[in-house]
Design a protein around this ligand. Structure first.
Ligand code: GRF
Length: 201
């Protein structure tokens, strides 16, 4: 399964995915391309260091449709079958989602459906929840709303700032995303309504 990873910044989840693939923890997967909408994304260098092909597709001066069409072309040119969003900071249009239906994953730093959108860790601290975490889900046309593949729980401490909570959630993200990728690449799941169910061996 050729995997394409879309990033906009640091790329630590991309690194977790790439290292899991390289370490044999995602049987059958190959990271074919890491693509960023930002030329300065630090994750690009981390991908290159790992010998992974990278591409930058900037948005400036283009419509969202033009921008996405180029991304789709680049992914298709590398035979990408599964797209992982890893800190990719743009909303994908229904057109993109339609081209890769059921084949786009995202990671979000909260226990969805709580706290979708930006600054999820700050939302969690300010709301006063005692547990938060991360969610890997399929991407559909809704914001952070597609079927959930996996979640990991993190306690919210009285001393937590949004940054402190984000740092602890990030450690769990790096476990959750490779696990979710391995499940999806194995094909041993079915989507029933909103539920992603593991098939028995
Ligand atoms: C992560 O917290 C992820 O959940 C969110 O954006 C952040 C990306 O971090 N979607 P990184 O670029 O993977 O380090």
């Amino acid at each position: 399964m050729n995997v394409g990873i879309l990033i906009s910044g640091r790329g630590s989840n991309m690194v977790a995915l790439a290292d899991a693939v390289r370490g044999g923890r995602v049987p059958g997967a190959r990271v074919a391309l890491v693509l960023s909408d930002k030329a300065g994304a630090a994750g690009l260098e981390s991908a290159r260091e790992r010998g992974i092909e990278t591409a930058v597709v900037g948005r400036r001066g283009r419509t969202r449709e033009e921008h996405e069409l180029e991304i789709i072309e680049r992914l298709r040119a590398r035979d990408v079958e599964l797209v992982c969003l890893a800190g990719y900071m743009r909303l994908l249009s229904p057109c993109f989602v339609g081209q890769f239906r059921g084949r786009v994953l995202n990671i979000h730093p909260s226990l969805l459906p709580a706290f979708p959108g930006l600054d999820a860790q700050r939302q969690a601290v300010e709301h006063g929840v005692k547990y938060s975490g991360c969610t890997v889900h399929f991407v559909d046309e809704t914001l952070d709303g597609g079927p959930i593949v996996t979640q990991r729980v993190v306690p919210v401490l009285d001393s937590d700032t949004p940054d402190a909570l984000a740092a602890r959630i990030l450690l769990e993200e790096h476990v959750a995303y490779p696990e979710a990728l391995a499940l999806v690449c194995s094909g041993r799941y079915e989507v029933s309504g909103r539920r992603v169910l593991k098939k028995k061996d």
